[in-house]
Design a protein around this ligand. Structure first.
Ligand code: CAA
Length: 260
């Protein structure tokens, strides 16, 4: 398969996906979704990847949404298939055991914001504009936006963004807790790589278990979620890395983790 629109670079422990279709502001068409899915498979198969960063190619956009030209003639059946495909790809992204970081370097609208919302951490450039403008097109978010945005920000804020369709700027995104940090455009990727490298230096099995506890626990009653944490905590004491991590602390040296 040719990777025309989705580039995957793996450098040391960091995987970088660039959605690279700048002529259409990196809009997600069927081909982009297929290539993104394939890139996720490559990361799953890569033993050394410890964190993933996703960004947009070109100067203007992270991803400006699902491809409006492609969608415009869809029947209800085709729209259902497209939404199903988008949901499936974003669910696979969300289920990656390694932490994922959205480096939002410009427009993150519609499906673009939904892609960022399927990542664990979201950092934005000063130029970013984020929103779910679907109602302006007389549709609604179709790749999980009504659900992930609501879980992240609460119903009221999500409703405001979804009902008005108005994008917000980077400062507002940080103010409402959508973005973690606002960075100068040239500082965005270096900062995301810095965070990714820090995560990569920690115990990999522990990071994966922490992600699982947070994600799986979020959909459970507190009692069941705490049980999940308790079991995961105990399980980690069966790993070589736990022995190494605690021994290294006691011996006042840096731990050398093996992901085992
Ligand atoms: N789909 C297809 N093409 C798109 C696109 C999209 N979502 N967003 C931008 N493009 C294309 C434009 O059509 C244009 O192509 P041409 O040069 O061939 O005309 C090119 O990218 C550049 O865009 P603009 O000329 O519009 O650039 P701008 O700087 O004037 O405006 C923008 C930028 C405000 C982001 C504007 O492009 C825009 O509003 N885009 C659409 C955003 C949107 O509505 N996204 C939601 C899509 S629906 C969705 O995502 C459903 C879902 O939940 C799954």
């Amino acid at each position: 398969m040719t990777n025309e629109f989705v580039k995957l670079d793996i450098e040391g422990p960091i995987a970088l996906i660039t959605i690279d279709r700048p002529k259409a502001l990196n809009a997600l068409n069927q081909q982009v979704l297929t290539e993104l899915d394939a890139a996720i498979s490559q990361i799953v198969a890569h033993p050394d990847a410890r964190a993933l960063i996703i960004t947009g190619g070109g100067e203007k956009a992270f991803v400006a949404g699902a491809d409006i030209a492609e969608m415009s003639g869809y029947s209800t059946t085709q729209a259902l298939a497209f939404a199903t495909r988008g949901h499936a790809v974003l669910a696979r992204l969300e289920a990656l055991p390694i932490p994922t970081i959205a480096a939002v370097n410009g427009f993150a609208l519609g499906g673009g914001l939904e892609l960022a919302l399927a990542c664990d951490l979201l950092y934005v450039s000063e130029k970013a504009k984020l929103g779910l403008p679907e109602v302006s097109l007389a549709v609604i978010p179709g790749f999980g936006g009504t659900q992930r945005l609501t879980r992240l920000l609460g119903r009221s804020r999500a409703k405001e963004l979804i009902f008005t369709g108005d994008p917000i700027d980077a400062a507002k995104a940080k103010e409402i807790g959508l973005a973690l940090e606002v960075l100068a455009p040239e500082a965005l990727l270096p900062r995301c790589k810095e965070i990714a490298l820090k995560i990569a230096s920690r115990g990999p099995v522990a990071v994966a278990q922490a992600k699982r506890a947070i994600e799986a626990g979020a959909d459970l009653p507190l009692k069941d979620a705490n049980e999940l944490e308790r079991q995961a905590f105990a399980l980690l004491f069966g790993t070589d890395d736990q022995k190494e991590g605690m021994r290294a602390f006691l011996e006042k040296r840096k731990a050398a983790f093996k992901n085992a």
